[in-house]
Design a protein around this ligand. Structure first.
Ligand SMILES: Cc1cc2nc3c(=O)[nH]c(=O)nc-3n(C[C@H](O)[C@H](O)[C@H](O)COP(=O)(O)OP(=O)(O)OC[C@H]3O[C@@H](n4cnc5c(N)ncnc54)[C@H](O)[C@@H]3O)c2cc1C
Length: 387
């Protein structure tokens, strides 16, 4: 087994980290202070990433994307994860679920997303349907060749800057061996479609400037041509997509934890108390050692999961859940310890640490809570034993 990165992967890691440190870090204080990314700043990031040749790195090369394999893309996400997510969103990584587009939809949604002309947001969660996605009550009923949508989606990330939404909606019910279950269908819906209102969401402690929104549907009429994939195939599409996004969560957690450790290490080497560097106190140095062990473990788990997904291994799902669970919980511990090593200054917004610590909290919740990841992992272990 080769644990080393190829030359190309090392170059990508260096290039992304360099960009993040030079171009994104200086913008972070303004985003934290104002809670917004000015539109011209977002456009500027897009332009620079395109010039770098790294826009839509997860999309197939024959469509104009970067065509990165899963492991390399995960490394890119790890480095990008060091920076504020509100800024990172402008480094376009179109939702991979768009690969289900038909030819007409590719022209209208996928290709413009790859060219940086459109940004997508994805909506499945509802006020009464979070972990239990199938419990959704947002429905679409057929009307001739159209569908009429009613209901509410909430917590929809960056819908305020998105040009179109990929929305998952119940389009009926079908029988399964466990009883009736909802048929879920994905729809591509343009911003400005009458009957769909994008409303401001809630103020979150994590990721300032990366807003969540409410989508309110009131007799919103969309054509059957807006269905992504086939009617009723949305649940499978969602589950496939969630594997990639959970891996991304793991990767960004590793990137942010490494940034926190870099800061803590420098501080431990520079700060003096009782006449010596605090890193010389075992109470501090052992904390640094434990932080490093945790982040390395998460990094290798993340890479193993990415490799398993790339190679469609049967254990890919479980490994991705393990990586998401471990990396998100690791980030909470590492950022907390890093603040402890800084003492009082760790809590002040002069440094990015308090932000990394706040941002860490959501990672255990979105894209499937820690409990849901434990459920997936334990089901995978117990099912073969008939339990
Ligand atoms: C900032 C933010 C941005 C988001 N962005 C998006 C987005 O862009 N698009 C989108 O569709 N969604 C988005 N979400 C929604 C996110 O995916 C959900 O919050 C998450 O899936 C959990 O759902 P919930 O918050 O309704 O909690 P609930 O599902 O109500 O869970 C509450 C608690 O019960 C536990 N629980 C639930 N079921 C089980 C079970 N079977 N076993 C054990 N414990 C269980 C949970 O683990 C949790 O601790 C976002 C959320 C946040 C906070």
């Amino acid at each position: 087994m080769d644990f080393g990165l190829s030359e190309e992967q090392q170059l990508i890691v260096r290039t992304v980290r360099d960009f993040v440190e030079k171009e994104l870090y200086p913008l972070e204080p303004e985003v934290e202070r104002t809670g917004i990314v000015r539109p011209e700043v977002g456009k500027d990031i897009q332009r620079k990433v395109q010039k770098l040749g790294f826009y839509a790195p997860n999309m197939p090369a024959e469509y104009g994307g970067g065509g990165l394999d899963r492991v390399t893309f995960t490394l890119l996400e790890r480095e990008l994860g060091r920076a504020s997510m509100a800024l990172g969103v402008f480094w376009g990584r179109p939702s991979e679920i768009l690969s289900a587009c038909n030819d007409e939809q590719k022209e209208r949604y996928l290709f413009p997303s790859i060219r940086g002309e459109k940004i997508d947001a994805l909506a499945m969660s509802e006020p009464d349907a979070g972990s239990d996605v199938r419990g959704m009550t947002c429905t679409a009923r057929p009307d001739g060749d159209d569908w009429i949508i009613n209901g509410t989606k909430h917590f929809i990330s960056h819908a305020d800057v998105a040009d179109f939404m990929i929305v998952f909606i119940a389009t009926g019910e079908e029988q399964s061996k466990h009883g009736p279950k909802k048929r879920i269908t994905g729809f591509l819906i343009d911003r400005g479609t009458p009957g769909m209102e994008v409303q401001p969401g809630y103020r979150s402690v994590s990721h300032r400037g990366y807003h969540n929104c409410i989508l309110a549907f009131d007799n919103c009429r969309v054509s059957s041509k807006q269905i992504l994939g086939a009617e009723g195939s949305g649940f499978d599409e969602l589950n496939t997509w969630l594997r990639g996004t959970r891996l991304t969560v793991a990767a960004t957690c590793v990137g942010r934890a490494r940034r926190a450790i870099d800061l803590a290490l420098r501080h431990a080497a520079e700060r003096k108390q009782f006449g010596q560097q605090i890193g010389k106190f075992q109470g501090v140095s052992f904390q640094l050692a434990d932080m490093q062990v945790e982040v390395d473990a998460a990094d290798y788990l993340m890479l193993a999961a990415a490799w398993a997904l790339e190679n469609e291994r049967p254990d890919a799902n479980r490994l991705i859940s393990e990586a998401k669970l471990f990396a998100s919980e690791m980030l909470a511990r590492v950022t907390d310890r890093a603040i402890q090593i800084f003492g009082g200054m760790g809590l002040m917004d002069e440094l990015p640490l308090e932000r990394l610590w706040r941002d860490a909290r959501v990672e255990r919740i979105w894209d499937g809570t820690s409990e849901i990841q434990r459920h997936i992992i334990s089901r995978d272990l117990l099912r073969p034993l008939g339990a």
